[in-house]
Design a protein around this ligand. Structure first.
Ligand code: NDP
Length: 445
C-alpha cells in the first residue's frame, strides 16, 4: 500500500467521528501523492505524514459565564496547536454554535499549509468555542470573552501562540480578549492580532483577507489574459471576508451582484451598495434580508444555497465550509462561471472541487486564496515587536506582493509535479515542502 494510503487509512480509523478533518486530510494527502512518491524513503523514515496529520497539542476547557438574566451558562473552549515547525502557532478563534474539535482540527491542519505559503515564519493553530455571539448583548459577549481568556492566557504568548479572529470573532471580541489578557498578565504585548488601531492593531488587517482574495484573483486572470474590470461576481457571506472582497472587487471595476448570510441571499443587478451592507452587518448586526427593504430593485431569496444559481463570471465563496456542494458547483459551471477563488475555509466539498478541476475552471483553493488575512496578522506581529506602526499603503503593498508570490509558488509547484493549472495540488505541495523540511531538520519532535 502506498505511504499516502496507509496514513489516510489510519486517520480514517482513528478519527471517523471528525468528518471535516477527514475531508481536509484527504484533500491534502491526495494532492501530495506526486511529491510523496518522489521522496518516499525520506518522508517515511521521518514519519512526516503521520506527524503532520496529528496536532502537537489540543487544549480544551470549560468556559462559564453569566447571562443578562443572572443565569450561569457553560460553553466549551478549544485551542489546537497544530504545527510549530516553521514558527509560533498562528490562526484564528471561531465563536460559532457548530464549533467542535473536528472542525477546529480541519482548520488548524489547513492553517499549517496556508501559513507556510505566506512565506512568513508562522506555524499553524486554530481555536474557538461553541458560543454564539449572535443575539447576545455586549455585556454578555464581554463576560464570555473574559472567561475564555481567563483559561486561554496560560497557553498563548507573543513567541509561542498568537490567535486572531475568525467567524464570530471580530474587533469587539478581540478587544475584550486582549483587555483580559493584559489584566491577568500585566503585559502589553502582541499576543493577539486583529487588534484595534488604538492598541497595537495593524492598518489593513481588517481588509486583508478580502483584499488578498481579490489580489490573487487579479493575478489568476492576468495569466489568462483577462481583467476583473467588467466581470460579474457572485459573493457569499456578508462578514469580514465578504465585505472587503466586495470592496476591492468593486474598486477594480467588477460588478458584484450578490451577498448572503445563513438565512438567505440578496441579488442586486445594479451592483451591491456596500455602505448599506456595512450599516446592516457592522453597525446594526442585522440580517441581509433588510437590504432588499432598503435598496430599490434588489431582491431577497430565502435559503443561502441558491446564491450559486445566480449567473456570474467569478464566484467568491466567503461564508463557511462546504457551502458549495456538487449540485451547486455544476450550476456554476453550467451558468458560465470560469473562476472560483475561496475566501472561506474549505467552502467546496471534495466533489465540488473535483467538478471545478474537471471543467478546467481557474480554481484557487482557500489555503492560497485567503492567506492574506494571516499574512497581515504576521505583519501585525512584526509591528508589535518593533513597537512601530506601518502605513496602510505599506501594509497593503506588502499584502499584494505576498498574494502575487503565493500565486507564483502555487502555479510553479503544480507545474513541477506535472499538474499544470491545478492550484489545489500546487498550493498543497508548496505549503507542505517547507514544513516537511523544517520538521526533518528539527529531529523527532
Ligand atoms: P464572519 O463571522 O465575519 O462572517 C461569516 C459570514 O458567513 C456571515 O455573513 C454569516 O452569516 C455567513 N454564514 C455563516 N454560515 C453560513 C451558511 N451556512 N450559509 C451562508 N452563510 C453563512 O466570518 P469571516 O468573514 O471572518 O469568515 C468567513 C470565512 O472566511 C470562514 O470560513 C473563515 O474561516 C474564513 N477566513 C476568515 C479570515 C479572517 O481574516 N476573518 C481569514 C481566513 C479565512 P450569519 O450572520 O447568518 O451567521
Amino acid at each position: 500500500m502506498s505511504y499516502v494510503d496507509e496514513v489516510m487509512e489510519s486517520v480514517r480509523r482513528k478519527y471517523a467521528a471528525e468528518p471535516e478533518f477527514l475531508q481536509a486530510v484527504s484533500e491534502v494527502l491526495e494532492s501530495l501523492r506526486a511529491v510523496v512518491e518522489a521522496n518516499e524513503e525520506k518522508y517515511r523514515k521521518y514519519g512526516i505524514l503521520e506527524r503532520i496529520v496529528e496536532p502537537e497539542r489540543i487544549i480544551t476547557f470549560r468556559v462559564p459565564w453569566t447571562d443578562d438574566n443572572g443565569k450561569v451558562q457553560v460553553n466549551r473552549g478549544y485551542r489546537i496547536e497544530f504545527n510549530s515547525a516553521i514558527g509560533p502557532y498562528k490562526g484564528g478563534l471561531r465563536f460559532h454554535p457548530t464549533v467542535n474539535q473536528g472542525i477546529l482540527k480541519f482548520l488548524g491542519f489547513e492553517q499549517t499549509f496556508k501559513n507556510s505559503l505566506t512565506g512568513l515564519p508562522i506555524g499553524g493553530g486554530k481555536g474557538g468555542s461553541d458560543f454564539d455571539p449572535k443575539g447576545k448583548s455586549d455585556r454578555e459577549v464581554m463576560a464570555f470573552c473574559q472567561s475564555f481568556m481567563t483559561e486561554l492566557y496560560r497557553h498563548i504568548g507573543p513567541d509561542t501562540d498568537v490567535p486572531a479572529g475568525d467567524m464570530g470573532v471580530g474587533g469587539r471580541e478581540i478587544g475584550y480578549l486582549y483587555g483580559q489578557y493584559k489584566r491577568i498578565t500585566g503585559r502589553y504585548e502582541g499576543v493577539l492580532t486583529g487588534k484595534g488601531l488604538t492598541y497595537g492593531g495593524s492598518l489593513a488587517r481588517t481588509e486583508a483577507t478580502g483584499f488578498g482574495l481579490v489580489y490573487i484573483v487579479e493575478e489568476m486572470l492576468k495569466h489568462v489574459g483577462e481583467k476583473l474590470e467588467g466581470k460579474r461576481v457572485v459573493v457569499s457571506g456578508s462578514g469580514n471576508v465578504a465585505i472587503y472582497a466586495v470592496k476591492k472587487a468593486q474598486e477594480l471595476g467588477a460588478k458584484v451582484v450578490t451577498m448572503s448570510d445563513s438565512n438567505g441571499y440578496i441579488v442586486d443587478e445594479n451592483g451591491i451598495d456596500l455602505d448599506v451592507i456595512k450599516d446592516i452587518k457592522e453597525v446594526k448586526r442585522g440580517r441581509i434580508k433588510e437590504y432588499a427593504d432598503r435598496v430599490p430593485g434588489s431582491v431577497y431569496h430565502e435559503g443561502s444555497k441558491g446564491v450559486w444559481g445566480v449567473k456570474c463570471d467569478i464566484a467568491l465563496p466567503c461564508a463557511t465550509q462546504n457551502e458549495i456542494d456538487l449540485e451547486s458547483a455544476r450550476k456554476l459551471v453550467e451558468n458560465g462561471c470560469r473562476t472560483v477563488a475561496e475566501g472561506a475555509n474549505m467552502p467546496s466539498t471534495l466533489e465540488a472541487a473535483a467538478c471545478f478541476l474537471e471543467n478546467k475552471l481557474n480554481y484557487m483553493p482557500a489555503k492560497a486564496a485567503n492567506a492574506g488575512g494571516v499574512a497581515v496578522s504576521a505583519l501585525e506581529m512584526s509591528q508589535n515587536s518593533e513597537r512601530l506602526s506601518w502605513s496602510f499603503e505599506q501594509v497593503d503593498g506588502m499584502l499584494k506582493d505576498i498574494m502575487i508570490n503565493i500565486y507564483a509558488m502555487t502555479s510553479e509547484a503544480a507545474k513541477k509535479y506535472g499538474h499544470e493549472g491545478d492550484f489545489v495540488v500546487g498550493a498543497n505541495i508548496a505549503g507542505f515542502e517547507k514544513v516537511a523540511e523544517a520538521m526533518i531538520a528539527q529531529g523527532v519532535c
